[in-house]
Design a protein around this ligand. Structure first.
Ligand SMILES: Cc1ncc(COP(=O)(O)O)c(C=O)c1O
Length: 372
């Protein structure tokens, strides 16, 4: 009853309904959700999976743990998500066709089998062209929706808004406590319309069992605690309302920051309805500003200060500084300012005032530019 209990099934049914998918399989973390989704989609040894360098490290860890290796493609500077132009360029210029038509990476010689777009900060990546390219090249698409509970994408192909996590072959969600839908501990889920993939994920999370003590495949201990499912089920009822509150807070930030030169704001393209897991601004003097905010008692953070391709853990992949200029620049400029459903307008005014007082005014910026 403590793991895989009846309340888990209730939560899985409710979250699948929320995402508009046939299946939701609760697991023990977002990282496990990514790993199991990749494994169940057939990703494994000798393969390469395309993803972005500016995500939480778990995105790349899951790829490696499936047996494949990540190959990075740079992101769009205005959305911070996978650049469709760079993806197209990667597929045409950095891959070749071999043998039975397999797509081979010129960089690693590995067969490219999947794309793992990340809906960073809760804003969906541009999924229509990604799905089109994936179909053309016969690649599986697994969405990293770990930050995107309730975010939506308007699909021209489907002529409707689609929830993040319902577009690719499967998706991974994290219910880490700080997420828009957070457990009181670790938890995650895979969503999919694919019956066979769902069946495999159910086995992978539970030691590969098809039935008790019948281990059809080698699996993992990746189950969700029933108590977390109960907490998530209760919180799920409020998720739409909380996301709406975050969206209102994001609009207020946009108004306030409009009069704050030197602050770059996140672009929300027409195709995306972000859940504003994070509200991420861009500033030149980021590290000093972070310290200044801390001194003023305002909690801010950096997501993420070191791109994955420059992390020591992934040195063996052979990437170097300069390989992904957009992701690398973002890592020096992004700053997540306070964002949560019950954030008050007066608190936002104070955040913006502290930032405005710290940054040089427009005339000072012009004077400094003239001097240099
Ligand atoms: C983009 C992204 N991918 C994967 C994960 C991993 O999720 P978890 O921490 O639940 O394993 C996270 C969570 O922080 C995330 O933000």
């Amino acid at each position: 009853m403590f793991t895989n209990g009846p309340m888990l099934l209730q939560f899985e049914t409710a979250f699948a309904d929320f995402c508009g998918t046939r299946h939701c399989i609760g697991v023990s973390s977002g990282t496990d959700a990514l790993r199991f989704a990749l494994l169940a989609a057939g990703i494994g040894a000798g393969q390469a999976v395309i993803t972005v360098p500016n995500s939480f490290i778990a995105t790349a860890e899951a790829v490696v743990q499936s047996g494949a290796l990540p190959e990075f493609v740079d992101v769009d500077p205005t959305t911070c998500n996978l650049s469709v132009n760079k993806l197209r360029e990667y597929l045409s210029a950095h891959c070749r066709r071999e043998g039975e038509g397999h797509l081979i990476s010129r960089r690693s010689g590995r067969r490219v089998t999947a794309i793992l777009p990340v809906h960073l900060y809760g804003q969906p990546a541009d999924m229509d062209p990604i799905m089109e390219l994936a179909e053309h090249h016969e690649l599986a698409v697994i969405e990293d929706a770990c930050q995107a509970h309730g975010a939506e994408y308007i699909s021209q192909a489907a002529n409707r808004w689609r929830p993040a996590g319902s577009i690719g072959r499967a998706a991974a969600f994290s219910f880490y406590p700080g997420k828009n839908l957070g457990a009181c501990g670790e938890a995650g889920a895979v969503t999919t319309d694919d019956d066979e993939l769902a069946r495999k994920v159910r086995m992978l999370r539970d030691h590969g069992q098809a039935h008790k003590y019948e281990h059809a495949i080698e699996g993992y201990n990746g189950r969700m605690d029933t108590i977390q499912a109960g907490i998530l089920l209760a919180k799920l009822r409020r998720l739409q309302e909380w996301n709406q509150q975050r969206r209102s807070a994001a609009s207020r930030y946009r108004e306030l920051f409009a009069e704050c030169p030197g602050v770059g704001l996140p672009r929300e393209p027409d195709y995306a309805r972000s859940n504003y897991h994070l509200f991420v601004i861009r500033v030149a003097e980021r590290d000093a500003l972070l310290e200044h905010l801390g001194e003023a008692g305002i909690g801010a953070a950096i997501h993420y200060p070191v791109p994955i391709h420059l992390q020591s853990a992934f040195r063996y992949l052979g990437y170097k500084s300069g390989d992904f200029p957009v992701a690398e620049r973002l890592a020096t400029e992004v700053l997540s300012v306070p964002m949560y459903p019950h954030l008050q307008s007066s608190e936002q005014e104070r955040v913006v005032e502290v930032i405005r007082n710290f940054l040089p005014t427009e005339s000072e910026t012009a004077r400094l530019a003239a001097v240099s």
